[in-house]
Design a protein around this ligand. Sequence first.
Ligand SMILES: [Zn+2]
Length: 257
Amino acid sequence: MMVEQIQKFIEEKRDEGKIINSIIRDDVFSILEKECTVLYYYLDDAIEGFHISKPVRGEQKQFVFINTQKVLQEQVWTAGHELGHVWKVDQYVKNNCANCSEDIETIIGKFTAELLMPKENFRAEIQTKLTEYQYKGTVMSQEMMIELVTYLMNFFAVPEKAIIRRFSELGYIKREHIEVYLDSFRAGTDYYKKIITEKQYTRLDKTREVYSMGNIHEDILQLEKKELVKSKYVKHVREMFHIDDNPKLQEQLQFEG
Ligand SMILES: [Zn+2]
């Protein structure tokens, strides 16, 4: 089974010490940064991020781009997804599961869900909230649904789509109701915003400020030299990190002291 293989894969990464916290949230960025070069850029573009693998000085290097125009919970999701590509989870699943016919993106999508919303934790958080709401029935009001989804989004730092799809994966809602839930949630945007303020759900809807990286200057030079990305991106990244084209200040100046 695909899901069992993915869970086993994540367990192995935990055993290797590559994943430490049980709820990862924005720690996913530092996990990813240890595995490859991550570039954060702000683009007015629908693209959330992508992954490329290119030879640099004869060595295969991996690069991930994340669009920081998106809110934090979406960037977390993108980072988790790209980590799945960097770790080649799809190959692991295919090697260990003879009759898995799922395509790469489906496998990576499941991996992202298992990584960021572990089943046991997800169930436990839902149970806590349902007890708090004194939920008895099988029918939930739109308000309660929005409260629950928003709580879980903040707890796991993931987008609403991810929470609602997880409801379906774990049997809380029917698969064919995913769209109904999404529409219902999005129709209540004002209420969602109100909850964020009232409950101080500080992880949600944040846009991240400039991010820095130790070797960013070198990385950008490499990207530019090897023409790995469009010059438009290189320019964006430079602006974002306030790096100019010629930053070396090595002059020796005399000063009588
Ligand atoms: Zn992908």
